[in-house]
Design a protein around this ligand. Structure first.
Ligand code: AMP
Length: 191
């Protein structure tokens, strides 16, 4: 199995790139943000729990997020591998992912971070908010809070996998195709 973590701040292009990488490498794209939005759309108990955290730009508690992620992976037992997008976002999530994959004799192969300027992120997210209908993209204060949460709570994930020599960074500025080509080179070098 190939298990990739596509990493970077909100608005760095992880979702856009993951969709293209999914078909190129024949992997299953798992976005915890998309999974939460699906649950919210269906008004499930999990969705109702996640909604207030998401709308404020906070992280949903680890136990909720980890359980949901494990269910998604288990539901795709015939997958060649996974692209994790927006997960893990905390060290307990990293530890849970590693031990979960370990029970399947599997592991994370690499983490690739997209590096994007902060002001570019705010511009991209506000623009996305005009059409995505996402409440967390429509308000600059919530966007800035998500970036702060990323710096305070999520950036450490890079170091966690860097200690295992699995982390690398690509330039996330430029066109979608340029970034896709850089990611493909990084993946081919690392898996
Ligand atoms: P995203 O679509 O990745 O930007 O995620 C949107 C929101 O979903 C985040 O701001 C969090 O509130 C929540 N979320 C997504 N993934 C996670 C995660 N791994 N841990 C905690 N909260 C998450």
């Amino acid at each position: 199995m190939i298990n990739l973590i596509l990493f970077g701040p909100p608005g760095s292009g992880k979702g856009t790139q993951a969709k293209q990488l999914e078909s190129k490498y024949n992997l299953v794209h798992v976005s915890t943000g998309d999974l939460f939005r699906y649950e919210i759309g269906n008004k499930t108990p999990l969705g109702l729990k996640a909604k207030e955290y998401m709308n404020a730009g906070h992280l949903v508690p680890d136990e909720v997020t980890i359980g949901m992620l494990q269910n998604k992976v288990n539901a795709n037992s015939d997958a060649k591998g996974f692209i994790f997008d927006g997960f893990p976002r905390t060290i307990p999530q990293c530890e849970a992912l590693d031990s979960f994959l370990d029970t399947k004799d599997d592991q994370v192969n690499c983490l690739i971070a997209l590096d994007v300027d902060e002001e570019e992120i705010v511009t991209r997210l506000l623009k996305r908010g005009e059409s995505s209908g996402r409440p967390d993209d429509s308000n600059e204060e919530v966007i800035r809070n998500r970036i702060k949460v990323y710096k305070d709570e999520t950036e450490v994930v890079y170091g966690y996998y860097d200690k295992k020599k699995l982390s690398s960074t690509v330039d996330g500025m430029g066109t979608i195709d340029e970034i896709f080509d850089r990611l493909s080179v990084a993946i081919d070098e690392n898996v």
